[in-house]
Design a protein around this ligand. Structure first.
Ligand SMILES: Nc1ncnc2c1ncn2[C@@H]1O[C@H](COP(=O)(O)OP(=O)(O)OP(=O)(O)O)[C@@H](O)[C@H]1O
Ligand SMILES: [Mg+2]
Length: 394
């Protein structure tokens, strides 16, 4: 503070504590780089260099307020090499057409619904799409059974509201409203967990592209560039159906489970490597055999059939998704790093596999034991794994 000439200020009492720097509350500024120290940076920060390289070399037409052309957005998701040699890592491993349809949908007046069984990268794809299209993946509404209409529309700053009555200043816009006003991509996670009447709030937004504010006799009109990506799980029981009126406003894209074991192994190793690096865990190449084994076990139990197509097995109640395989391997790597010699071995993944497979302690345990004795025990090169599984199952 500049020293002012004037009456000498009264000496403050010596016990006055020195003020402590308030903690930085700006989520983007708690490190040198935006989000650099975050445990899990947003996609637009984690892949800022790739997005910038794409934007610099992208000469195709961009829809209004898009950071990239649809072609560049698809390249960002699927990976590729740019003319100047910049390598874009694949984020989504799956059919190219699915990504093309998803990206194209966002450039139309229909919203995008990503549907699929758990762990098929719906949330992941939605985040990366928003990051590539709008440069911001944080305009997000998390759907739960308790999501109120205000979470989708707007809320009020009650102090302001009581002091001055309803006004634009007292209004606290929700993520969707902000996306509409700025022509950005909004995201709604787990749409079908939201009660049906609250879901219907989206109908006017998606068909009329307006959000009325009856308290003020005003409305917010969506600016060009606005669109919405919703995700929904088609396996959740007891959740709310999507009304047909709302479903018609969406273009539905179903994300499949990885088609081949190799594709799934690639997804798991890539993600484990990324997560492991952020946790300072050993690198994956040492563990590729165990990854292959986890993926094989998950796929066989999921499909109810061994990979050679010869033996039928029973499927347990859990979903055994790719996402769970990623968790099992990451957990195993942490075990190997902290309590082993840093190399991923059977003993490190066995407990994780058991936890993922045996969800229902009675029925699933029987299924697991049967699989262990009829399939795992007989398989060449799986002795260590069999022993490790027996040990943790005992
Ligand atoms: N085909 C895929 N390509 C790339 N990553 C994938 C793929 N399938 C799954 N993953 C990985 O699986 C993890 C979990 O995905 P995500 O959370 O997006 O699943 P989800 O479909 O939203 O699941 P849920 O229905 O439980 O919400 C992510 O880390 C993602 O990278
Ligand atoms: Mg999800």
């Amino acid at each position: 503070m500049p020293v002012s000439a004037g009456p000498k200020p009264v000496e403050p009492p010596s016990v006055e504590p020195t003020p402590v720097e308030p903690p930085s509350v700006d989520p983007d500024r708690n490190g040198a780089e935006p989000g650099a120290e975050a445990l899990r940076p947003h996609a637009e920060h984690a892949f800022a260099a790739e997005l910038a390289a794409l934007a610099a070399q992208d000469d195709r037409p961009r829809p209004a307020r898009w950071r990239l052309s649809p072609w560049a957005v698809a390249t960002y998701l699927l990976g590729g090499t740019l003319p100047d040699g910049t390598v874009i890592t694949p984020k989504y491993v799956g059919p190219r057409r699915i990504v093309e349809v998803a990206v194209t949908t966002l450039a139309t007046d229909r919203a995008l619904l990503l549907l699929g069984v758990p762990g098929t990268a719906k949330t992941w794809v939605s985040e990366h799409l928003a990051a590539a299209v709008s440069g911001d993946s944080t305009l997000l509404v998390q759907g739960t059974a308790g999501t109120p209409e205000e979470a989708i529309r707007y809320g009020w700053n009650y102090a302001q509201l009581l002091a001055h009555g309803p006004s634009r200043d007292a209004l606290v816009p929700g993520p969707v409203m902000r996306a509409m006003a700025d022509g950005m991509t909004a995201r709604v996670e787990e749409l079908t967990r939201i009660p049906a009447d609250v879901q219907d709030t989206l109908i006017t937004i998606l068909s009329e592209k307006i959000l009325p504010i009856p308290e003020l006799g005003q409305e917010v009109q969506a600016v060009r560039g606005f669109n919405l990506i919703a995700t929904a799980n088609d396996r959740d029981r007891g959740v709310n159906e999507l009304s047909s009126a709302l479903r018609r406003r969406f273009n539905t894209v179903v994300l499949p489970l990885p088609e081949t074991a190799e594709a799934e192994v690639e997804i798991v190793s890539r993600r484990v490597d990324e997560i492991g690096r952020s946790l300072d865990l050993p690198s994956v190449p040492d563990g590729i055999d165990e990854i292959r084994r986890v993926v094989t076990v998950f796929r066989e139990l999921r499909d109810g059939l061994t990979s050679d197509g010869r033996t039928k097995v029973k499927s347990p109640s859990g979903t055994l998704s790719t996402a769970e395989a990623i968790s099992v391997v990451t957990g195993g790597l942490a075990l190997a790093a902290h309590f082993g010699d840093g190399v991923l071995r059977s003993g490190d993944v066995a407990a994780g596999i058991l936890g993922a497979v045996v969800r229902d302690p009675a029925a699933d345990r029987v299924i697991w034991q049967e699989y262990l004795e009829t399939v795992v025990r007989e398989r060449d090169g799986w002795k260590d794994f069999y022993r490790a599984c027996r040990e943790v199952s005992a």
